[in-house]
Design a protein around this ligand. Sequence first.
Ligand code: PLP
Ligand code: ZN
Length: 484
Amino acid sequence: MIENTGFPARRGAMEYVCLGCGATFGIEELLYTCPKCGDVFLLRDTRFDALAEIPGAVWRDHFDARAASKVTALRGIFRFYELMAPVIEEEDIVYLGEGQTPEVEASPELTERIGMRFAFKNDGQNPSASFKDRGMACAFSYLKALVRRHGWDQVLTVCASTGDTSASAALYAAYVGGPVKSVVILPQGKVTPQQLAQPLGSGATVLEVPGVFDDCMKVVEFLADNYRVALLNSKNAWRILGQESYAFELAQWRDWDLYRTCLFVPIGNAGNITAIMSGLLKLNRLGVIGALPRIFGVQSAHADPVYRYYRESAPGKRVFTPVAVTPSVAQAAMIGNPVSFPRVRHFAGEYEKVGGPGSFQVIQVDEQSIIEGMLLANRHGHISCTQGGECLAGLIAAKKCGLIEDSEYAILDATAHSLKFIGFQEMYFENSFPPQYEITPDQTLVNKPELIVTPDEKAALPPAEYTALAAANIVARLGLVAKK
Ligand SMILES: *Cc1c(COP(=O)(O)O)cnc(C)c1O
Ligand SMILES: [Zn+2]
């Protein structure tokens, strides 16, 4: 029933399912929210149960064999085709090298310092340098299928972004080209210069509005409700599907054994943690993994609506209230009213049914610990962004409150590449954070370049003497010992 060469022949039958009223809709059209009640969708394969008739061991062998596939469409997130979007044809799959990101174990010194073994899964090693490419590869593959089916001659893709969604959307749109044009809407001054450069370089139309991400999102939702545009925010359920690949990969990397493993995931709009829980539940349902790993969502105290919701331990008493965010170095997660909150609530419930109470938790950390989480990781050979730093801060906090045992293993989602957020490192080193961040540099973590010869000194010296002076200053600075 499953073949190991070529592109898979079996197709699923997918439909949108509304999380609010349960209504279902066909996938011939791109829908974002339920026309009946306005709630968000999940995508469901109505033939999924047939997959569960195949033993988990067969699936494991199948996905392991597929890791060697020479079919381009199966090299990235679609390695797990049957579990993700088994309605997309090979010719529509867009592959820019996303997925299959490395999981790098913490260096020996960092392991010793934290007191347990853990790893970063480097999702910054995706093509636009964040995990958003996983979802975008799936959403654009579906969009390409729609364009082909309907013969559309123009498709305007739009998204609001804290920086990485727009970088990714613009990249994929630029690659697909033809009728597909990208428009990104950004909160002015609230994305890093690197993140702003990305959609500009990809040739997208970049529109800025004053305010924060939540303000942008409202504008984009209005556009999607009233005009013919393709919305690429994680409201778009195809993105969630693509992001499930993170869960499949980490299970495969650990040879399908996630017993006594804890995952740490930063929560912003909550699409990523939704996708990870959904993916793990699928693997569990098929018997591909036995135990579910525990999942810890992490939020900054400056943008923590999901944490506040779950802080109330009695499920009946929980009330969701959006929060007004204040500046955060975990800027990609600086969201007060997460679009995917209903999805988190749904999957957290499902997850705890299988994994038991406490298998899903949310931890709150402060800004100081987030930036220092990033700096600490990167001083030990990692390439973590601030949100990856937030995960490390979450791990440290969870250990401190006794939520984790030293003998467990943690996998931290380094959601973007450190270089995207490098301005925050500079602000730390220069002690130039505005007061709202509440960050005071620890001098032992500060690093700065040192000028060894001044331009005036250089200008005044002949070349040979300049070299001698520079070398002498370096010898003195480093205390070098001459060769015998
Ligand atoms: C988008 C993003 C997040 C937040 O993910 P959500 O799915 O919105 O919860 C975290 N880190 C980075 C680097 C991101 O780009
Ligand atoms: Zn509905």
